[in-house]
Design a protein around this ligand. Structure first.
Ligand SMILES: Nc1ncnc2c1ncn2[C@@H]1O[C@H](COP(=O)(O)OP(=O)(O)OP(=O)(O)O)[C@@H](O)[C@H]1O
Ligand SMILES: O=C([O-])CC(=O)C(=O)O
Ligand SMILES: [Mn+2]
Length: 548
């Protein structure tokens, strides 16, 4: 009998190109459209873009121009009937009209129409096929296309051939400004999401992170609204033997990417996850690591992931040797690298776990140095701290932030939330109650002294030792003492960590009196911030906050 014929998928790339040509009204045949081009092709095209090079490790180094971090003040959600009663209008989501949308969308299309090369990336967001959405990115810079190829989940040849219509499309015309005279515009930059059209447009910023974080907002909307699935600004990894899942929540720079890349644990993802009734899945197909002061010694997994196919953004390198100087922050503190997640040796492909988390870690980078390196949280304390989202904004991730700045970012991801923070907090409380995870507050920021007093961040090796003690079960069995005011329970001993570091009251360089006033000052900020949630939180949760 002859073997059955293997069907080779027929690519529908020609049809997709035709569709984009029509959509953008591209009459002439001059434009080259590349759909899901391989890294090699994107390198070749990328090298023709200004200042783009290959560095010594083989990564493509590109520059994003004036904007080297996100532009939260220029983020808009279109006010339309399908989503307006769901969206959390407030500090993060500013409304823009459908009229503004149509002007800006046309402007983006007009710009893209003038390019010689256009790129289409068709790929998925969400590793669990029950929930994944089909994303199409249309952009004019090869570096943006390679970035999204790395950051989204790459379809197989067969999936690409059968991709069909996308669920959501990103039109990135970031090289071209918005018109400031357009109604609703406050600058030349706009990052606009339209839930009715299921599209996003970018004008006036080439920072690649806007694309991935825009899709994250879409997931913060779609998953809870349509699927009762909780979207999380967290990294996740899994114990190789026990299969235990840990989530690491944290705002930018708190250590999600650094700490989830643990050679002893399988990496599920470094930044964006969902928690469904089936377990946890990563939204992305890649990681976006901060590169400032990166060394092979301290972070070998990330360092070695920066190779052919990876995109470096805004780093400085030696023009002759092409060796990157990761300590150079002359362009920005927010230097980045985007690489496919399988560049991390311990990555778990597919990036899902059919288990519910055993440990929930809230990462905070406390510039005031008040919070201990680790404390064990009660269920009420988890809710209080999750809703509060206390941390410091680190320099560079947002435009205009140049040094650690105290912030309360609810759900440890306020800039990305689509719905009111209490909706996510309630979902988290229910899930934690159902699946009884242990929860911890880990301060990866200053300890024993504040940033302003010239103190230092908790050395990475100690934070890693704390995580090892959480994962081997020894920390939940340790002896604890309770710190006043915050009522945080801190272990008195952790293997591999100096005892003195564990209790900031003892390690505070300027002595206990100064420490107590620093505690009170921070507690006052917490209670001041929590006032906005007072009416929605239960009395148990309110009591779990600092008591002055
Ligand atoms: N104790 C510590 N724990 C974790 N990271 C630390 C610590 N001390 C210093 N760092 C540094 O802080 C940075 C943490 O950045 P990381 O990329 O992990 O943040 P992130 O939470 O993933 O942020 P983003 O959401 O912006 O990607 C790294 O540069 C890391 O080297
Ligand atoms: O996308 C990222 O990893 C960066 C991030 O969290 C942010 O922009 O605040
Ligand atoms: Mn990260």
């Amino acid at each position: 009998m002859s073997p059955s014929k293997v069907s080779v998928p027929v690519t529908n790339t020609v049809e997709v190109e035709e569709q984009i040509r029509k959509e953008l009204d591209l009459g002439s045949e001059v434009v080259t459209i590349r759909r899901n081009a391989p890294a090699a092709t994107l390198y070749e095209d990328g090298l023709k873009e200004r200042k783009t090079t290959i560095v010594s490790s083989g990564a493509l180094a590109a520059y994003s121009g004036a904007k080297t971090g996100r532009s939260p003040k220029d983020k808009r959600i279109i006010e339309e009937e399908t989503s307006k009663d769901e969206v959390w209008w407030g500090p993060v989501n500013k409304p823009a009209s459908e009229k503004t949308w149509s002007i800006n969308r046309e402007r983006a299309a007009d710009y893209l129409r003038t390019r010689d090369h256009l790129y289409i990336v068709d790929a998925y967001a969400g590793w669990d096929s029950r929930y994944r959405i089909k994303i199409r990115v249309v952009c004019a810079r090869a570096y943006h296309a390679l970035f999204m190829t790395n950051m989204l989940i790459r379809p197989s040849a067969e999936e690409l051939a059968n991709f069909g219509e996308p669920d959501f499309t990103v039109w990135n015309a970031g090289q071209f400004p918005a018109n400031r005279n357009t109604e609703g515009m406050s600058s030349k930059t706009t990052v606009e999401i339209n839930f009715k059209a299921m599209e996003m447009i970018i004008l006036g910023t080439e920072y690649a992170g806007e694309m991935k974080k825009g899709i994250f907002t879409v997931m913060f909307y779609l998953m809870p609204v349509h699927h009762d699935v909780l979207t999380l600004h967290s990294s996740a990894n899994q114990g190789v033997e026990k299969g235990d899942v840990t989530l690491f929540f944290g705002l930018s720079g708190t250590g999600k990417t650094t700490l989830s890349a643990d050679p002893h644990r399988a990496l599920i993802g470094d930044d964006e996850h969902c928690w469904s009734e089936h377990g946890v899945f990563n939204i992305e197909g890649g990681c976006y690591a901060k590169c400032i002061d990166l060394t092979a010694e301290k972070e070998p997994e990330i360092f070695n992931a920066i190779k052919f196919g990876s995109v470096l953004e805004n780093v400085v390198y030696d023009p002759v040797t092409r060796v990157v100087d990761y300590s150079n922050n002359s362009i920005t503190e927010n230097t980045r690298c985007a690489y496919p997640i399988d560049y991390i040796p311990s990555a778990k492909i597919p990036c899902t776990a059919d288990k519910h988390p055993s440990n929930i870690i809230l990462l905070t980078c406390d510039a005031s140095g008040v919070l201990p390196p680790v404390s064990k949280l009660t269920p009420e304390q988890v809710m209080y701290h999750f809703i509060s989202g206390y941390t410091s904004k680190m320099a560079g991730t947002e435009q205009g932030v140049t040094e650690p700045e105290v912030t309360f970012s609810s759900c440890f991801g306020q800039p990305f939330l689509a719905l009111h923070p209490m909706r996510y907090a309630t979902m988290l409380a229910n899930k934690m109650h159902k699946h009884s995870a242990d929860a911890w507050l880990v301060n990866t920021g200053w300890t024993g002294s504040s940033y302003t007093a010239g103190g230092k961040r908790c050395p990475l090796k100690y934070t890693r030792a704390i995580l090892d003690a959480i994962h081997d079960g020894s920390l939940s069995k340790a002896d604890y003492e309770t710190l006043p005011i915050f009522n945080l329970h801190t272990p008195t001993k952790v293997s591999g960590v100096p005892d003195s570091l564990l209790n900031p009251a003892k390690s505070w360089v300027e002595g206990p009196t100064k420490y107590n006033s620093a505690v009170k000052a921070l507690a006052t900020k917490f209670t001041g911030n929590f006032k906005i949630y007072q009416d929605q939180a239960t009395s148990d949760v309110l009591k779990a906050g600092p008591q002055l």
